[in-house]
Design a protein. Structure first.
Length: 125
């Protein structure tokens, strides 16, 4: 691994871990919903500006209903649950829960009746 790649990975891990520390500090002060909404709003604004900058925003307006539904289940709901957890758990516990999220997802998928088709879909993706 090149030095620049290691430096980028270190910076990414600092940003990722720092968000849990800031969430732990902000959740009791601002409230759970404001922390989750702030995270979702800042990320969506950044991605929208990025799409405008790269001139790829055409599909956003055509498919807004699908994107809104997917955004709720994939972003807003998990961020709200993490903000709720930040009010009661320590930062290290939050980091471990976030890091093991794929394991919990695969455990729930494996135990469901749809496990074969979902795993095939994940493998095809």
């Amino acid at each position: 691994m090149a030095f620049a790649d290691a430096l980028r990975l270190l910076l990414l891990s600092a940003i990722w871990g720092g968000s849990f520390l800031l969430m732990r500090i902000a959740a009791p002060i601002l409230g759970l919903a404001y922390v989750a909404e702030g995270r979702v709003l800042s990320a969506s604004l950044f991605l929208f500006v990025l799409a405008l900058f790269r001139k790829r925003s055409g599909g956003l307006l055509r498919n807004w209903r699908y994107l809104l539904t997917m955004g709720f289940f994939n972003v807003a709901l998990p961020f709200s649950l993490f903000a709720y957890a930040a009010a009661t758990l320590s930062t290290s516990q939050l980091s471990v829960l976030n890091a093991t999220a794929p394991i919990w997802l695969m455990r729930s998928v494996w135990r469901s009746d749809l496990s074969g088709s979902i795993l095939k879909g994940c493998a095809a993706w």
